[in-house]
Ligand binder design. Sequence first.
Ligand code: F3S
Length: 289
Amino acid sequence: MTVEIAKTAGFCFGVKRAVDTVYAEIEKEKARAAEGGAPCPIYTFGPIIHNDEVVEDLRGKGVEPIGLEDLDRVPPGRVIIRSHGVDRRTMEELRSRGFEVIDATCPFVSKIHQTVREASENGEFVIVIGDPEHAEVLGITGWVNGPYTVVQNEDDIRKLSVSEDAKVCIVSQTTFNFEKFHFLVEQLKKISYYSRAVNTICNATQSRQSEARELAARADVMIVIGGKHSSNTQKLYEICKNECSRTYFVQTVKDLSTEDLPFGGVVGITAGASTPINIIEEVGNLCLS
Ligand code: F3S
C-alpha cells in the first residue's frame, strides 16, 4: 500500500505563522523566568485556531484565549492576534488597557486592512465580498474609515444603494470562492462607473482543494482530517468524496480503524487548515502500520 500525504494538507502559511508565534512567546517567557524576570501572562485574542487539541495544549502551557469581555478580569500581559486579524478599535482598546499586542495577523489580511483604509481615506466606498459574520470580515470592516458594506450574494447587491458616480473599491475575504468573487464583481461594476476590484483571495485554500481533488481521483481510500465544525474541512471532504467513494472524515487517528484501509493501492491523506502536522503524521503512521 502507498500512503500519500498532500503537500498542502493542514496549516496554511498564515495559520502556521500565528501558531509558531504563540509557541515562540512561550519559549521567550520561559527564558525570562529563568533569568528571574517578573512573569508576564500570555493570551491569544480568541482561540488561535479552530483546533481543540492545540488550544488545550496552549492552555496547559498557560496561554488563555481571551476576548474584549475578559479585559476587566485578567491581568494585563501580551496578547497575540490570530491570523484572521482584528479591527482597529480592538487593537486600540487592548493597548489602552495596558496589553502588549503581538500582531500575528496574516500579512495577506493586513494588506487588505491597508487597502480598505487607504481607499476610504481617498473617498472610495468600500465593498467587502464575504461572510458578514466571519471574524476576518469583521476585522477588515473595522479598518474602513468611511462608508462600506459587505455583500455575499446577488441578493445583497440588489439591495445596495450606491450612487452611480460613487468611487467604489471592492475587496474580498481571503477564503472566498474565486468564481463567485468574479461573478459578483461583474454585477457590482454595473452599479458604479468608477469601481475597482482588488482580488484579495488567498490561493492557499484553492491549492489545497485542487491537490485534494487530484489525489482523491487516483486514491483507493481517501482520508480527510479536520475539526467536525471546520467548514473548509467539510468542503475538502465533499470534493474528495466526489472523486473517491471510500473517503473518510476523521478528527484524529482515534476515529480511524485499520479495517477502513485497503490491503494495497493508494491511500491519500489531506487535512483542513487547522490540522496540526502531528495529527496528520499519526494518521499516516497508522496507515503504514
Ligand atoms: Fe492562510 Fe493567510 Fe491565506 S491565513 S488562507 S495564508 S490569507
